[in-house]
Design a protein around this ligand. Structure first.
Ligand SMILES: NC(=O)c1ccc[n+]([C@@H]2O[C@H](COP(=O)([O-])OP(=O)(O)OC[C@H]3O[C@@H](n4cnc5c(N)ncnc54)[C@H](O)[C@@H]3O)[C@@H](O)[C@H]2O)c1
Length: 341
């Protein structure tokens, strides 16, 4: 079997998870990595006998790759994807697609035009327990969704600044919105509120410390998702779905620690799993590259999730105005040739 030559832009936490998974595949060579922090790129490159770059664009200009993983913080999306699209280089992009919607909508349009293979790191979609929940909810559709991301403030230097991360809704809670879309269907309308309380331990932070989102789904289902980042550690991350006669609860303690609970008239079933969704999504993307098969979530699909969180973020910034997701996405999509607003 021919070997696939891959590169990765960003060599922080999540890149480390992808690179560890990729290094375990017998048909993959990690040939190059890039990070704005050169020492980090060099450390990681040494681990995988790859070449190090301090600039992802230069890595793409120099290396002959079969695919690239883009694992940069929200504010840094755009230029690397554009360069990969120019070269028709298949793209794995970590969520969120960008800090804002126009950047992602413009990239999505280019990806659509070129028919490029993409995959996005909404890893919950690569869990058996999520597939099991999806099968159950196809038989008895959910009518109510309640979700929560109740956590600490991540230590990454870019996270606590809204102009770098987009805030908790855009950066973290997006996983729950994506899961809700998978399990309940498209979101039509959102409305949100946020609170930002000053904290001594985070003097420069300006991300909202709490938010509450109301969702209305095309199916007629409704939902709420609450987020906060003021706890000492992660206390609750998950989604509950209420369907006729059945309660389904999916939660995440860490990337490799998920639990599915199903309660119905046959009793309560609890499935705890340490499956590796990062390796699964990476393998699915590589298999699609080889065979043209499906990936768990394309850029186009992820754009819908990103549109929902960005609409919720806008609603919250504007004091809770209701927004139609389709209308917001159309308004935020730059015309061809126009720079993202
Ligand atoms: N799927 C998941 O569950 C999951 C988990 C963690 C992080 N993420 C996502 O992955 C992204 C990165 O998060 P992280 O935790 O790895 O952050 P991190 O801070 O650990 O790593 C980000 C790295 O990107 C580098 N970087 C910044 N700008 C760059 C640029 N223009 N070019 C090249 N490198 C650049 C930084 O120097 C840093 O090393 C975030 O968007 C985050 O939401 C996803």
């Amino acid at each position: 079997m021919s070997r696939l030559r891959v590169g990765c832009v960003g060599t922080g936490f999540i890149a480390g998870q992808h690179l560890a998974a990729l290094a375990g595949f017998p048909d993959v060579d990690i040939v190059a990595v890039a990070d704005a922090a050169r020492d980090r790129a060099e450390d990681v490159a040494q681990r995988y006998q790859a070449r190090a770059y301090d600039d992802g664009l230069r890595m793409l200009e120099t290396e002959e790759l079969d695919a690239v993983w883009v694992c940069v913080p929200p504010f840094a999306h755009g230029p690397v994807e554009d360069a990969a699209i120019d070269r028709r280089l298949p793209l794995f992009v970590e969520k969120p697609l960008a800090m804002d919607l126009p950047t992602a909508a413009q990239l999505a349009a280019r990806i659509r035009d070129t028919g490029l293979l993409t995959c996005v790191g909404y890893h919950w979609r690569s869990l058996d327990v999520v597939e099991q929940a999806a099968r159950l909810l196809r038989d008895t559709p959910a009518q109510l969704v309640t979700g929560a991301w109740l956590d600490r403030t991540p230590a990454a230097p870019w996270w606590s600044q809204r102009s770098s991360s987009g805030g908790q809704l855009v950066e973290q809670t997006t996983h729950l919105v994506d899961l809700a879309r998978l399990l309940v269907g498209e979101v039509d309308r959102v409305q949100a509120l946020e609170a930002t309380v000053a904290r001594e331990a985070w003097p420069a932070a300006d991300v909202p410390t709490a938010s509450a989102v109301l969702l209305s789904f095309r199916s007629g289902a409704i939902g709420t998702i609450s987020s906060s980042c003021v706890l000492d550690r992660r206390r609750q991350v998950g989604l509950r779905l209420v369907a006729p006669g059945r309660l389904v609860d999916i939660s995440e303690v860490g990337l490799y620690d998920h639990t599915l609970r199903i309660a119905d008239d046959s009793g309560e079933q609890v499935v705890q799993t340490d499956e590796n969704p990062i390796a699964r999504e990476d393998r699915a993307f590589l298999d699609a590259l080889r065979t043209g098969g499906d990936v768990p979530v394309t850029y186009e699909d992820a754009l819908r999730t990103h549109a929902v969180v960005c609409a919720a973020d806008r609603s919250a910034r504007d004091g809770g105005i209701p927004l139609q997701v389709d209308g917001f996405l159309a308004e935020q999509t730059p015309s061809p040739g126009e720079a993202p607003k």
